[in-house]
Design a protein around this ligand. Sequence first.
Ligand code: UD1
Length: 431
Amino acid sequence: MDRIAITGGARLKGEIPISGAKNSAIKLMAASLLTDEPLRLTNMPRLADTRFLGKLLQRLGTEVSESVGTDGAETLLTTREIVSGFAPYDLVRQMRASFTVLGPLLARTGQAKVSLPGGCTIGARPVDLHLMALEALGAKIEMHEGYVYAQAPRGLKGAVIRFPINSVGATEHAILAAVLANGDTVLENAAAEPELADLADCLNAMGAKVAGAGGRTIHITGVSRLHGASHSVIPDRIETGTFAVAAAMAGGEVRLTRTRSDFIQPLIDKMVEAGVEVTPQEDGLTIKRDGGRLRAVEIETGPYPEFATDLQAPFMALMTLADGESVVRETIFENRFMHVPELGRLGADISVQGDMARVRGVEFLTGAQVMATDLRASVSLVIAGLAARGETMVNRVYHLDRGFERLEEKLGACGAQIRRLTSEDATEEVE
Ligand code: UD1
């Protein structure tokens, strides 16, 4: 298994181009199941998660081809025919969001059998709201032996669906199913993350009628068929925020390009409060920190536009060296403090009580062997390693590869001392 070795202490200087959003790309790929014409996605990130979904889509009947164009990496997806409505456990468990193929399969063919998902081990992460939405649209759902069997032989029907909480996945799933339903659908208390608006933009380019995505109420007028389209994936706001925090942790001056600063405003506000210089630009932002200790701040995660839960672990890594006690409250996922004991191995002083972590800033961190437990936790360990004394070795980096494109290359280009040890190197070392 690959590992990443970081020698802390190097200041960063340079530019990092941000990739297309992983969380958008995978839902957009699933949208290709809704039409028999080609869907061309540009500014695509090349990640383990997009590869997993590509494999699953091929199994369902999608032709997937990859190339490089003027707007970055491209993926062309064509599903002339659904050859199978069966998404097996082996493929779905690798990435939770694969479950989202259920809605499009049902909308296009009237039936599907999809495994319940696996995914990151952050809390229970149920799919009850996904199923509630599909049932409201008229699907008959049964569950046996870890599989969801869904049927809508006479097609899906528009409905008014009110979500009890803001769920990104369930809102996206409902949209993907409702675009081909008969009649109008209204989604109330929908998730408002930018990836929702991106999905709606792509579907509208394919001929769908989705209005209000990116707000709490979404109106969808069902159409009988969708056609092909070309769509550029929005920038990855989580990658943007993560590199912003990495630059602040290491110190120096880093410009993040091909992205949008407004997607991470709550993070920027907290970074500025902590003493980091952040300058928004038209195509991104510049992060500058000249040394001196940061100030401790309090954060609380929430649905967009609040502080993103996916940036909680990276921000906590930054606060381990701040002056004073920071309080971090996680309101979206239970069990999302798995990075805490690993940060502790580097010398961080953090205690957790329920959904709250208290981070008492220390003078310095010291490199150690640490283990990545989920995607966002792993990158927080890399960030901590950038400022720790000596070498930090992050094990099990396959989590990082799920969500970050060329992480070590992007940070290395700005002067970080970071390298990947492949499984072969690792075996040699053990021997
Ligand atoms: C997506 C993102 C993930 C991000 C999260 C919150 C993708 C691929 N992943 O995950 O990176 O951390 O949004 O911004 O886009 N819930 C239920 N029942 C459901 C569905 C969700 O109770 O059927 C709960 C979850 O347990 C959680 C909350 O709703 O407590 C929000 O989860 P949700 O927004 O659905 O997250 P994901 O779509 O899984």
